[in-house]
Design a protein around this ligand. Structure first.
Ligand code: IVH
Length: 715
């Protein structure tokens, strides 16, 4: 649709318009206005049609606002095809089109406190309120998923549709029916409502999304990019059975339309937006809970929005801002609508999570087992409140699959709790000067005169330096050894290890236990007290249970879980010296690869000498009964099952029951979902029981049945 040259020109033009001095003069020519319109239409195409924007939402909004402002000042220059004259379209022709009962408008955006005060001021002026009057607002999250409209008639869900262009949407009732948070029946008639249209957003929880991608990786499937696109895409899947696998959920946030049997509008029965949400909550819909709030005035709104801007990452779903709505329906109606959005609501958008930057060069880091990780150095760019200039490229395949080149403009994203990553290079912006990234064949960290060729095992993604001659890997192993996940030596961070390493005090992990604290006390920045604290922490770490020690040795593939399994089987760490491959693999969950790695490590005399040295320095290598990890239960009615207790138990405390179940191999979870295997029902059980019954896949036990089963399992 657009040529590469055109796209490059649009990108340059966007940058120009977005920089202060490049903005169009207050009196534009018709041609300049047309240019700006075309630019915005281009960005809409990238966003809605390709699902692949090249500017951030914030930047797009800046352009849009510029056009709106100019059009307001020069109405004679407005054309019917201007982006401001219609709601954006993203129709996909494969689903039948349906007309919404009332148009699904969008929201005006705000980005800071000043914008919010302006919004409040405008309403007051519009409605003739005093400047210092307080307007009450309802504030809730701005969900970042796929929007939907649900129609209920005679209490039944009769239609669901995507937003489409706001007037017409795509009908996708079959897919909506598989989303369990959308009730198929809801008792609207009790409230005199015959036909109603609800607005909401379909989302995928961040942790479920992560799990889904882990599973996909295991199955060799391509990974989903992010929860938002996966949810929006999920609504358009042709096979509802497949849609059901996406873990989609729906929040509802507005009653758009409601009439009684005679077709009379009954929306005005709700005095406030809050009341309508409460009703939806009561009828079994998912509505925002703790994360919605009534604010007495705009000042409280600002505080609440800022609070959520800071804690957005802790929210289980992706949100890209907050929505501020006038709570009173009467005031809402008096404020009215523009063609584009209601005047009574505004979105407060959080800081952008995507940005573009230039890939300047690639640096390499070595890990504790010699894996070489390429790291992209970028021109520093602001992203969701932090400056990003360094982003991991993981491995050679990542660079190849994205076809990244030096000099590329790249799209960087920092979503949720995810560390920044490169989404893709912007191929349309290349001018031919970009250079391929040549992954090194010799260790790039090694600073000695002896080059070491890198190796790559067939089924591994990383290139490794097999025989470190420069000490860089030793350093990484020591840093890992003392880290939180391993021996957890408090006060001994990366920088201290690096310092001691440079001073030649620590060259192996055994040296950590053989420090000269008087010397340390004399170091700049230390003193007697900190040296003494360090000594205490190291002494404490010496007594760690041996599963920690095993994990801290940086044996390739030996993670926490297998360290625990091995520790459960031995009396002393050095017992492993005599273990055969079969000894390792007979333990459930210990695979042949990790088995071989651990066996070879313990057959290496240097490693044994290291452990003996550590033991001589007081590090614990013995297993104690107290520390011995409990072997996992693999049989019985609870092994590997998820369990949930609801209602009041009569014969046993809930905590006790949970512990009992766990000791028999079950895992406690907190919600009824298709992941739940067993629900134990005490007195006065409520909605959880109902939900489990509806699911039909959950084994439901009374307390007595549960007790019988534990007795049987324990004997
Ligand atoms: S109310 C008439 N509330 O944001 C008011 N919208 O930019 C219509 N959205 O298309 C919107 N969370 O998909 C509203 N709590 C919320 C929302 C929300 C997300 C989406 C919605 C809409 C878009 C507008």
């Amino acid at each position: 649709m657009y040529t590469r040259d055109e796209q490059r020109a649009f990108f340059e033009l966007s940058k120009k318009y977005l920089s202060q001095d490049g903005a169009i003069a207050a009196t534009p020519t018709a041609q300049q206005m047309e240019g700006l319109r075309r630019l915005i239409i281009y960005h809409e195409w990238r966003y809605y049609i390709l699902n692949d924007p090249v500017v951030s939402d914030f930047e797009y909004d800046q352009l849009y606002k510029q056009l709106e402002k100019l059009e307001e000042a020069h109405p004679e220059l407005v054309t019917p095809d201007s982006p401001t004259q219609r709601v954006s379209a993203d129709l996909n022709s494969e689903f039948p089109e349906v007309a919404h009962l009332t148009p699904m408008l969008s929201l005006a955006n705000s980005y800071n406190e000043e914008d919010l005060f302006d919004f409040d001021g405008q309403i007051k002026r519009l409605l003739g309120f005093a400047e210092d009057a307080d307007i009450e607002y309802a504030v809730e999250p701005k969900f970042d998923g796929g929007s939907i409209a649900l129609v209920y008639e005679g209490d039944r869900l009769v239609r669901a549709a995507t937003r489409g262009n706001g007037v017409m949407g795509e009908e996708m009732t079959a897919n909506a029916r598989v989303i369990r948070s959308i009730p198929l029946k809801a008792n609207f008639s009790e409230y005199g409502i015959f036909r109603v249209e609800l607005r909401g957003e379909v989302l995928i929880r961040k942790d479920i999304f992560k799990k889904m991608n882990i599973q996909r990786a295991e199955q060799g499937l391509t990974l989903f990019a992010n929860p938002r696109n996966t949810a929006a895409g999920g609504l358009r899947i042709k096979d509802p059975k497949e849609a059901a696998q996406r873990g989609m959920e729906a929040f509802v946030y507005t009653l758009g339309y409601a009439v009684d049997q005679n077709g009379n509008n009954v929306l005005n029965r709700f005095a406030t937006h809050w009341e309508s949400l409460d009703l939806l909550d009561k009828l079994g819909f998912k509505v925002p809970a703790v994360e919605r709030k009534i604010c007495k005035n705009i000042k409280e709104v600002v505080d609440f929005c800022h609070e959520w801007q800071e804690k957005r990452d802790t929210y289980p779903y992706e949100i890209d801002g907050m929505v501020v709505k006038i709570n009173s329906r009467e005031i809402q109606e008096r404020s009215g609508y523009t063609a584009h959005h209601p005047r009574w609501a505004i979105a407060f958008k959080f800081r952008a999570k995507q940005a573009t930057s230039k890939l300047i060069h690639v640096e390499y880091q070595v890990g504790k087992i010699g894996s070489i990780t390429p790291v992209a150095k970028l021109e520093p760019v602001q992203l969701a409140g932090v400056t990003v200039s360094s982003v991991s490229l993981h491995n050679e395949d990542f660079i190849k699959s994205k076809d990244l080149r030096l000099g590329d403009t790249v799209l960087v994203e920092r979503a949720g709790d995810v560390i920044p990553y490169i989404v893709k290079p912007m191929e349309e912006l290349r001018d031919g000067s970009e250079q391929p990234i040549e992954f090194p064949r010799y260790c790039p960290i090694n600073d000695t005169k002896t080059p070491v060729a890198l190796v790559r095992e067939e089924d591994e993604a990383a290139w490794r330096c097999p025989t470190c001659v420069c000490g860089a890997q030793d350093l990484q192993r020591i840093i890992f050894h003392v880290s939180k996940d391993a021996m957890d030596i408090e006060g001994m961070g990366k920088s201290i290890i690096e310092r001691f390493f440079d001073l030649g005090w620590i060259r192996t992990i055994a040296d950590v236990y053989n420090l000269d604290y008087e010397q340390i006390a004399d170091l700049e920045g230390f003193g007697k007290k900190s040296a003494e604290n360090l000594r205490k922490n190291i002494e404490k770490a010496k007594q760690n249970p041996i599963q920690r020690l095993l994990h801290s040795l940086s044996i390739h593939h030996l993670g926490k879980k297998v360290s625990k399994l091995l520790a459960a089987e031995i009396q002393h760490v050095l017992d492993l010296k005599n273990w055969t491959l079969e000894d390792f693999t007979h333990i459930k969950d210990v695979g042949p690869i990790v088995a071989e790695n651990v066996m070879l490590w313990f057959q290496n005399e240097k490693n044994i000498a290291l452990l003996e040295e550590m033991e001589a320095l007081g590090v614990n290598l013995k297993q104690t009964d107290e520390d011995r990890p409990k072997a996992r239960v693999t049989e019985g009615p609870f092994a590997g099952k998820t369990i949930l207790f609801t209602g009041t138990l009569q014969k046993m405390g809930r905590k006790e029951a949970q512990e009992k179940a766990e000791s028999l191999g079950a895992k406690n979870i907190s919600a009824v979902s298709s992941n739940l295997n067993i629900l134990v029902v005490g007195e006065a059980a409520g909605s959880k029981l109902k939900k489990a019954q509806e699911l039909g896949t959950v084994q439901i036990l009374t307390e007595d049945e549960f007790l019988q089963l534990i007795d049987g399992a324990a004997s």
